[in-house]
Design a protein around this ligand. Structure first.
Ligand code: KIV
Length: 283
């Protein structure tokens, strides 16, 4: 099966709700593809989930490229979106082109995601003009959490909601093929979804968006903290901790390994070996 393209994503608007999940390594990529998600996001959330940092801002382009390459290789049929990390595109359109170009050339991902609206318009236009599909990201933009005063819901005033709608339309006009709306009122997200021709992907923006995205570690119960808008579908951290505790007990009580976990050798080889060490001991 060939890898899905942006056409599959754009065509889904009004026909099918899209599912997107983050992945960062071979294991998460294989699981996501096997489950059949429409899109995998190699998010800069890896700064938190994989590197254990408090925010996403310390992730470098080289680190992103390392993870994107692994995910693209291990989910060969899924459409991959790759986050442009903090300060890899803000400086200029030339910087954005060069760095998105590296992601394209070096990883196998066929789209990038950038956080921001009017402030990064030249960058978005430069990328789409060069043939690099861009997914926009508005609302709570974690790379700007310092300016936003933390990870807070956005567009909760009439003025904020109007500005968000305007920016969404601007991003669509600049050529974005889809738009993540993070932590905004679902009513505002619904209006934006109705007004846009491109799919909106909700990250805490309600069910009226054209699709949903969740962080792998959050939805599987592998994170220490999960935002209010996340549904936790499994408690893998709890299960893993319990499994490792059982392993420790079994090691301490010589219950592991059992015979089926051990290798043997042919009886005559064993006897020969015993004979040899006996002879050596006698010399
Ligand atoms: O980095 C990320 O995982 C994201 C999603 C939460 C949308 O940007």
């Amino acid at each position: 099966m060939p890898r899905k393209t942006i056409l599959n994503i754009i065509e889904a608007k009004n026909t099918k709700k899209l599912s997107m999940i983050t992945a960062y390594d071979a294991t998460s990529a294989r699981i996501a593809e096997k489950a059949g998600v429409d899109m995998i996001l190699v998010g800069d959330s890896l700064g938190m989930t994989m590197q254990g940092n408090n925010d996403t801002n310390s992730v470098s382009l080289d680190e992103m490229i390392y993870h994107i390459k692994i995910v693209a290789k291990n989910a060969p049929n899924t459409f991959i979106v790759a986050d442009m990390p903090f300060m890899s595109y803000e400086v200029s359109k030339e910087q954005a082109l060069e760095n998105a170009g590296r992601i394209f050339r070096e990883t196998g991902a066929r789209s990038v995601k950038m956080e921001g609206g009017k402030n990064i318009l030249p960058q978005i236009k430069a990328l789409t003009g060069a043939g690099i599909p861009v997914m926009g990201h508005l609302g709570l933009t974690p790379q700007r959490s310092a300016m936003l005063g933390g990870f807070k819901a956005q567009a909760r005033t009439a003025k904020g909601a109007k500005e968000l709608l305007e920016e969404a339309i601007i991003l669509q006009e600049a050529g974005c093929f889809a738009l993540v709306l993070e932590a905004v009122p679902y009513t505002v997200a619904e209006i934006i979804t109705q007004k846009l021709q491109i799919p909106t992907i909700s990250c805490g923006a309600g069910k009226y968006c054209d699709g949903q995205v969740l962080v792998f570690h959050d939805m599987l119960g592998l994170s220490d903290f999960t935002p209010r808008f996340v549904k936790v579908y499994a408690n893998l951290a709890e299960q893993a901790t319990q499994a490792i505790k059982t392993y420790i007990q079994e090691v301490e009580h010589t219950q592991f390994p059992e015979e089926k976990h051990c290798f043997t050798m042919p009886q005559e080889e064993w006897e020969k070996f015993l004979q040899e060490i006996k002879t050596n001991d006698n010399n």
